[in-house]
Ligand binder design. Structure first.
Ligand code: MSP
Length: 677
């Protein structure tokens, strides 16, 4: 439907907390929804969490939690993170919700009734992180997953299969007839090539674990997590008052999961009886973010934790950076320096500057009201300014339509640059010196205010709060999209002469070189390199933070808080002494079956009862045999808990990223059992 817009993000796995990569997709989806809403469309923006499958089951066990408690906790972290980035999803779906499970079972039954689901046997190499089988030829060195570089597992399944091969021709016809279905073009070509090579039927049920949606009529089987997950886009709207939003106009996904969305997903829908007009309009694959040119491993992510960045620099500033710096279909790089540079140049020195230099004239010469336009002062410069206005608002609109937010925002800032150029050329400070030129001064200032007004609309999808604050200074109401009302700027002359303005302080903080050095130090960044700090934990998303955006809330930045500069709670010595740290020696070590990370260690801490059994998640960094005889530090008074069916009676201290963790040890020869203090 032309007047409706439905945008979705992938639903995020809950074995991880929100990070800059997932924030990127969510911010982009939110900006698209806002832009279409401004154009008068009724919009829906869906995000959520993907909570079933072997990966989640194992992660919960590794944390010693039930899958339900585990998914509840992490899903909550996602739900609460997005508003902090000014993202306003219309709905947040969880695959563990009854509304979803019921619908997936219905979809399965439709595919089965159409003869597309049959029983069979399957074995092959499976990557638990991808939740996907790989042909042997596609594996990386040492039988590892080509994406995650982790060992794949040989899995044998008797279960249900989906007749994917049956849909090969219809899918190829879809890509041919609707080239906009998969974008950008490079991804579309990849998908077409893959399908042309021949599609094999897909194993879509599992019996080796229970954490999933039961197969209708055969509850020994749970559904393959991708069959379950992809259906969220439909289950969230179908049996609700929002059913008319189907099909989605834009499904944003990362480039790693485009095949699931561009091949499996439409095939499932076709099988369930959906005609081509009821398939999603566009699956758009965005690129991957790196940090200072490095892959976004878990350890690096600490310094770019999105909520922390938003609190420090401002949610709007972070959103603007992500949308402006990176072309949506391409890979992009984040660095604190680049973020600061964008805030400085585009926002403070261009947009903020135009406002700051204009308002004093309004206050001093026009009683803080909008002066009158006057066509008798129009010359070449005015003609140029209006021409650029018309071109840029239009180009920005087209760029949003073509899924190019970076171009759209570039147009908005280009308009502010035009405004500054016009201001310089018409030199209002010279006009102000001659009282007889007051009308001309008014006409010039009016033109600049018009440019600012348009900028508030063009930039609102990325910077909603800042644009509304700017509008407040211009005496304009905050933007409130209304279905059926197109608020995109089109006509010149929207400022009402005589209306009152409300000048306020600068909108954007001027980040000086000294500030920059301090900021980089706060984030542990040296010479453009992001320093590796300790590994991210699921709790990180909820950590209180001492840093607030100094421009947005100056008081908050300096406010004393019971947290350190790193946003960590300050504790007293009494708290510390409650933790009994002891020196131990590893007597034996073995891997916990079915876990990459967990090792089961027997550690002597000088107790008469003999060594303690402790489970440690250090298996990616250490071979069990290398640990035997090593001295290390453990927490000895932690309540025992079960992990993957094994009791752990303490915790080993280690630091660093999972793949290269280092255990905490001591320098001198001290007897085991000695307390570490
Ligand atoms: N649960 C599946 C999606 C199911 S949708 C029916 C999943 N989840 S995920 O949490 O692993 O990934 C979610 C999204 O985050 C993917 O689109 C992925 O591409 C994206 N990103 C993960 N790391 C990223 C970057 N470093 N940069 C940009 N996006 C990245 O896959």
């Amino acid at each position: 439907m032309k007047d409706r817009f439905y945008v979705t993000t992938p639903i995020y796995y809950v074995n991880d907390v929100p990070h800059l990569g997932t924030a990127y997709t969510t911010v982009a989806a939110d900006a698209f929804a806002r832009q279409r809403a401004l154009r008068g469309m009724a919009t829906r923006f869906l995000t959520g969490t993907d909570e079933h499958g072997l990966k989640i089951d194992r992660s919960a066990k590794e944390r010693g939690q039930s899958p339900q408690a585990f998914v509840d906790e992490i899903s909550g972290a996602f739900r609460s993170a997005w508003p902090k980035l000014r993202c306003q999803p219309s709905d947040f779906i969880r695959t563990t919700e009854p509304r979803h499970k019921k619908f997936v079972q219905e979809l399965w039954s439709k595919c089965a009734a159409n003869g597309d689901i049959y029983q069979g046997e399957h074995e092959g190499w499976y990557c638990v992180s991808c939740e996907q089988f790989y042909p042997e030829k596609d594996l990386a060195e040492g039988k590892t997953c080509p994406t995650h570089k982790k060992p794949v597992e040989w899995m044998k399944e008797t279960g249900y299969f989906f007749r994917l091969s049956k849909y090969q021709d219809r899918l190829l016809a879809l890509y041919e007839q609707r080239p906009e279905f998969v974008q950008p073009e490079g991804r579309r070509n990849e998908v077409v090539t893959f399908v042309k090579e021949g599609l094999k039927d897909l194993s879509i049920s599992r019996t080796t674990f229970q954490w999933g949606v039961p197969v209708p009529g055969d509850d020994k089987h749970v559904m393959y997590v991708w069959f379950d997950a992809l259906t969220n886009y439909l289950s969230a709207v179908k049996d609700s008052e929002h059913a008319a939003f189907w099909p989605p106009n834009l499904q944003l996904v990362g480039k790693d999961i485009v095949r699931f969305h561009a091949i499996y997903w439409p095939a499932f829908l076709m099988s369930a009886g959906y005609g081509d007009d009821l398939l999603p309009r566009t699956v758009f694959a965005h690129g991957f973010l790196t940090i200072n040119g490095q892959k976004m491993g878990k350890s690096l992510r600490n310094t770019v934790e999105p909520v922390r960045l938003a609190e420090y620099f401002g949610a709007d500033e972070l959103r603007y950076f992500l949308l402006r710096e990176i072309a949506l279909g391409q890979d992009g790089d984040f660095s604190h320096k680049k973020l600061i540079s964008r805030i400085r140049s585009d926002l403070a020195a261009t947009l903020g500057n135009l406002l700051n230099r204009t308002l004093p004239f309004v206050v001093k010469h026009f009683d803080t009201t909008v002066p009158s336009p006057d066509a008798s002062f129009d010359g070449e410069r005015e003609a140029h300014l209006r021409k650029r206005f018309a071109e840029l608002v239009d180009e920005a609109k087209t760029a949003w339509d073509h899924f190019e937010p970076h171009r759209a925002l570039e147009c908005a800032i280009a308009l502010a640059i035009e405004g500054n150029g016009y201001f310089d050329a018409r030199a209002p400070w010279v006009l102000a010196k001659s009282p007889e030129r007051k009308a001309e001064l008014g006409a010039v200032i009016y033109n600049v205010l018009e440019v600012l007004r348009a900028c508030t609309v063009l930039l609102w999808p990325a910077l909603p709060d800042k644009c509304d604050a700017l509008r407040a200074q211009l005496g304009l109401a905050a933007l409130l999209p209304i279905a059926g009302v197109d608020k995109w700027p089109s006509e010149w002359g929207g400022m009402a002469p005589g209306a009152k303005l409300n000048p306020g302080g600068p909108l954007f903080r001027n980040i000086t070189k000294d500030d920059e050095a301090k900021i980089l130090a706060d984030f542990g960044v040296t010479d453009g390199e992001t320093k590796v700090t300790d590994a991210t934990t699921a709790k990180a998303a909820e950590k209180p933070n001492a840093h607030a955006n100094p421009a947005a809330t100056p008081a908050a930045a300096a406010a004393p808080a019971p947290v350190s500069a790193d946003g960590v709670a300050i504790i007293g010595i009494d708290d510390f002494t409650k933790v009994e740290l002891k020196l131990g020696e590893v007597k034996s070590a073995e891997r916990v079956p079915k876990s990459d990370k967990l090792l089961k260690l027997q550690i002597d801490i000088g107790e008469a009862a003999g060594p303690r059994q402790i489970l440690a998640g250090i298996g990616l960094a250490y071979k069990p045999e290398d640990l035997v005889g090593k001295k290390l530090v453990i927490i000895a008074n932690l309540a025992p808990r079960k992990m993957m069916g094994h009791e752990s009676q303490g915790m080993v201290l280690a630091c660093g990223p999972s793949e290269s963790l280092s255990i905490v040890t001591i320098e001198k020869d001290i007897p085991v059992g000695t307390r570490v203090k």
